[in-house]
Structure formats: C-alpha cells, structure tokens
Design a protein. Structure first.
Length: 568
C-alpha cells in the first residue's frame, strides 16, 4: 500500500538531504504494508539508520515548519503563566518564547488545532509553531518541574547573588523578565508564606536591597541582595499585579493572584503597595491566604465576659458596631468571625471591602474600586437599595461614609465597620471630629470594640518565674493578682523557630452603650469621662485584658507592656 502524502514527503526530503538512496526511497514508498507515523519512524531509524535529528528536520520540511531541539530550549518561568505545565505535558507542547504579537511554541503534533487555538486565546497572541520530538518536550517539561522545588537559600545561591557564584549573566539580574529574577520573586513569596508571614517588605538601600518578613507582628530580616537587583525585582512584582512599571514617581496599589505564577498548590493573594523612596521603589505585600477559614469567636481571645457581651450586640436587629485599632490588629478576622456566627438563610448580608480578604459562603461581597468611583460611600448607598439586613463596610474613612453608615444603622440595619483609633472611648470623639452630630452617634451606636494582637509565649520552652518589684506592682494594681507567670526563653526552641513566641492572640476593650454613655455623648463629654463611665459599666481596658492573658500563661508581661501602655 503506497504511503500517504505526508509520509511520502518526509521520505522524499530525507532523500534530498542525502540520508536515503533512490532505491531505498522507492522501496519505502511502495511498501506493501501500511506504514503509520510510528511504524515509518521505526523503519527509517532502525533499518535505514536515519538519526532522530535528521528525521525531525525532514518532518519539519514536509510540514512546512522549522525544527527545534526542545532539550536545548532555555525556558522562562513566565512561559507558564497562561498555560500551566500540566496542560503542556498533556498535549506535548512547549512555549519557547514571546516576541511582540507572537508566541513561539514547539509542538509534537502540529495538527492539533484545538490546542493551538487554546494557547492563542490564553496569551492573546498569534502562535508560531515549531516542530519538536514528543520525547524531548516531555523530558524538558519534567526536568523543569523538578528544578523548581529547591530550597529558598539554594535558589539565591544559584542566582549568582553570592560573591563566589558567577554562572548568571549580568543582564539576567537586571531584567524583570529573566528566569533568575522570576524565580527569585516567586521564592520570596513562597518562603514568606511557608513561615507564616503576614507581610513582605522589599526595601532598596544605597548598596543593598533588603527583604524583611513580618511574623507574629514583628519584622525580621530575611535577605540582603545587591542593589543592582532592586529595579528588576520591584518591576517583576509590579508586572505580577499589572501595575505600570514605567511609573516610578507615584505610589501604586495592586493585587497578585499567586496561583497564576507558581506550579505549587498555593491559593494565596497578595495586596501590593509600591512607593517611591530615596534609593528607589519600595514594595510592601500583605499575604491573604485564601485556604484559611475564619476562626470561631471563642478562638479569637475574647474573655468570657467580653464574649457574652459581644455575642449579645451582634444579634441585635439594628445599630452600629465599630472595631478600632491599627493596621494588622485583627479587626477584619473578628468581623468575619462575627458574620459567620450570625449568618443564616434568613439574613441578607452585604459587605464592601478593600480588598476582599476571605470569601465567606452565603455572603455577598463587593470589592471596592476607587479608580471607577466605587468608594465605600457609593457602595453603601447602593446597598441601602438592595434590602439588606446586615452590612459590613471595610472602613469608615471620611464624613460621607460615616454619615451614610449612621443613617443605615438608624433605619433598621445592623452595620459593622472599622475605624483607626487607639481605644474604644476615643472612637466617639473621632466620629464627632468627622462632623457627625452627637445625637446621631448616640442613637445608632451599639458598641465599640478596640483590639490588638499580642504574641503567644511558646508553650514548649516558656520559663516560669515569680514576678517581683515593678512587675508585681503592675499585676496587683491592675487585676488584683500576683503569682507565677511565664517569660520567653531567650533562644527559644525548634518549635518556635528559636523566637520564644509562636502565634498571636487578641486582646479586647469592649464598650457597650448604655443610658449614661448616651447622655455623655449627647453633651459631648471628653474621652476620659466616656472611659470612666464605660469602666463603671463593666468595660475592661486593653491593658487589663492583656494582663489577664499573662495570668493565664498565654503571653508574657514584657509582651503585654509592649503591646499596650498601662492605664493612666
């Protein structure tokens, strides 16, 4: 049975290349047996001693394509941002490079048009096909997959950032699209997530680029890199969150969806902020781990009395609940936990956030977008027309948002939000300073919860001791107790990574509104008067709650005094 048109063309091109004689060509073309692609390859390689490279060249000419040796391709990790390696392995394709409006791809089977179309859609570029051996493509992809699993320190060494390593080209360290820079950016994020960091700080200096991680609220230096790497690594992070890399004079905000840039099973997002500093652009990234669920309220550190009072206010039909504290004090987690507790099919819950940190089942969440005019105030206005029972506003930043929030609380909605104030009583004064009338505040406010996070002392290596002198005086004066407490071991242990502390717990100051506080708000009493009235009604201050955690052996007196100052 004569060969098909393509098989005949392959054999004929081998003859033109001088790899087959005329007699051999005629014998193969007129073979009585049916020769499929694999059978023909076997006969050519085994019986006629045609090498695999020669066969690839002949096939490429027959198909009207250029051949490529996939094993010699220098892969760029950016190649797998749009199509992952699993897709490439399944379909035996290898993204080689991108040039302007084109993406060059090596195919084992160039006639799979569906695969080519999918690549074109993913990259938004025209596909230029090359022909490669399927075996070479699969080996290259498998080798690349294995190569990506090195430890963080190993990767830094391999990138040529140490004095004794010189394998990396100079331009590779200054190009944000080079494989070394892409690999380094990924490793910085992966390592930060692995050790439980909440934030990554990338800070350029005169001679070095410093990378620091915030773990349990404390920054620790992780890496020092040559200053020449700074522009490329910062540009890489900006590319990952689609920011303008040419704009280096203004601060920019963005978001990285990290699963698009890694082969590892890491479902995390990063909230990114860039700022022009004296030695270049600095980057701060907040890690949002989407695989983590919210914690139940009892796990957040509420004392028994505070928990009962807080659960009572979040079940009220309407009113305003405010959480206050600095960035990173656990306000969002507490609010999410509260929403989870009161969430039910009978309740319509709307949230507007910047950004959405955790996705909550059964709750409708909106991402704020200032660039198109979607502010907290605009979102809150729209929510009031959507028949909600409970509204969460990520933050009250201005008079307009505060006014609408108070209006919502007065018109039959339960509204939860946050403010940046130091303690619970000063929140009332802050709202007044924004221009909200005192009688509106007193009529709408249910409670204010001030909170902080303090580090837990490691249970494995903590050291028990009896407080004396000033320490004993602080405990007796504040909580009326003195006894055995714990301090952190100086060099820690393996369980706490030699820090002496592991994990954090919340401390809370819960001011619930009663008739006396309403009268004080209406007569515009100062913060000290409000604080005294709230404490008379049962409010425990942040300092008091922090010392309760010391008494219970959860934290140390040193940590308590570092987190909040003693009450005056």
């Amino acid at each position: 049975m004569p060969l098909g048109r393509l098989q005949t063309a392959i054999v004929d091109h081998l003859r033109q290349l001088g790899k087959l004689t005329d007699e051999q060509t005629d014998t193969i073309i007129n073979s009585p047996s049916e020769l499929t692609g694999e059978a023909l390859d076997q006969i050519l390689c085994e019986e006629h001693k045609v090498s695999t490279e020669q066969l690839l060249v002949a096939k490429a000419r027959a198909f009207g394509m250029a051949p490529i040796n996939a094993m010699r391709v220098r892969l760029n990790p950016a190649s797998f941002e749009k199509v992952d390696q699993d897709f490439c392995l399944k379909n035996a394709v290898l993204p080689v490079s991108q040039m302007g409006e084109y993406i060059i791809v090596a195919f084992a089977n160039p006639f799979e048009l569906a695969v080519s179309n999918k690549i074109q859609e993913a990259f938004g570029k025209r596909v230029v096909p090359l022909l490669a051996r399927e075996k070479d493509i699969r080996e290259k992809l498998n080798a690349e997959s294995t190569k990506g699993d090195g430890q963080f320190e190993d990767v830094v060494d391999q990138l040529g950032l140490e004095e004794d390593v010189v394998d990396i080209e100079e331009e590779d360290l200054e190009n944000e699209e080079s494989a070394p820079i892409i690999q380094l950016a990924n490793r910085i994020i992966e390592e930060a997530h692995a050790i439980g960091s909440s934030d990554i700080h990338v800070e350029p200096g005169e001679k070095e680029l410093i990378v620091r991680y915030r773990v349990d609220g404390v920054c620790q230096e992780k890496l020092r890199l040559p200053a020449k790497v700074a522009p490329a690594i910062v540009a890489r992070f900006k590319i990952m969150c689609s920011l303008d890399i040419s704009e280096r004079r203004l601060p920019q905000d963005g978001r990285i969806i990290f699963r698009q840039f890694t082969k590892k099973n890491m479902d995390i997002d990063l909230r990114v902020s860039t700022a022009p500093l004296n030695y270049g652009e600095g980057v701060v990234m907040r890690i949002l781990d989407k695989s983590k669920s919210t914690l139940p309220l009892p796990a957040l550190g509420f004392s028994e009395g505070n928990l009962a009072r807080y659960r009572n206010v979040i079940t009220q039909p309407y009113g305003m609940i405010l959480h206050c504290g600095p960035t990173g004090s656990g306000k969002s987690m507490t609010l999410y936990s509260a929403l989870n507790e009161i969430n039910s099919p009978e309740q319509v819950i709307r949230t507007v956030e910047d950004p959405i940190e955790y996705t909550l089942k059964g709750i409708n969440q909106m991402q704020m977008n200032r660039q198109i005019g979607l502010t907290f105030a605009a979102a809150l206005r729209s929510f009031l027309r959507q028949d909600p029972d409970i509204i969460l506003v990520g933050e009250i930043r201005d008079k307009e948002t505060a006014s609408i929030a108070v209006e919502a609380a007065l018109t039959g909605h339960l509204l939860l939000s946050t403010l940046h104030t130091n303690d619970a009583p000063s929140t009332v004064v802050r709202l007044t300073d924004m221009g909200i009338e005192p009688f509106m505040i007193s009529s709408s406010l249910l409670c204010v919860c001030a909170q902080r996070l303090m580090r837990r002392v490691c249970k494995v290596c903590r050291v028990a001791y009896q407080p004396e002198g000033r320490e004993q005086e602080i405990l007796e004066k504040t909580i009326g107790w003195s006894g055995t407490i714990y301090k952190a071991k100086h060099d820690g242990c393996s369980r706490c990574n030699n820090n002496g502390y592991k994990g954090r717990i919340g401390i809370h100051e819960l001011m619930t509104v009663n008739d006396d506080i309403i009268d004080a708000i209406n007569r515009e009493a100062d913060t000290n008067d409000l604080k005294k009235l709230a404490m008379t009604a049962g409010m425990k201050t942040l300092h008091y709650d922090s010392l309760l955690k010391v008494k219970e052996g959860i934290s140390t007196l040193e940590e308590a005094l570092c987190t909040v100052p003693p009450d005056m």
